[in-house]
Unconditional design. Sequence first.
Length: 102
Amino acid sequence: MTTAEQNFVRYWSVARKKWSWGQKFMIAVKNFAIPFVVLVHLTNFFIIGDLTYAFISFKHLLEFCINLIVVSLISGFAYGFYHWNSNERQYWKFIKKSSQNG
């Protein structure tokens, strides 16, 4: 195994025991869900011109919050599953490679 592979195995051996779904969920919400929902709502209002309600209204705020919750749940869990599975797959590949080399 190379030193990079050994470093990853050491890192993931510790990180998998301290795994936090809440932390991964918040990373996904902060980095994807909030910007995505804001961009969609601003595009819908200013570029497409959907004027079914005033820009600042309770109805619009409610729709924004519902969309944010749905996108947050989907992206948060998707990011967590992807991150966990890709690291686990790589970890076990390196462990297998290490055991075959002796």
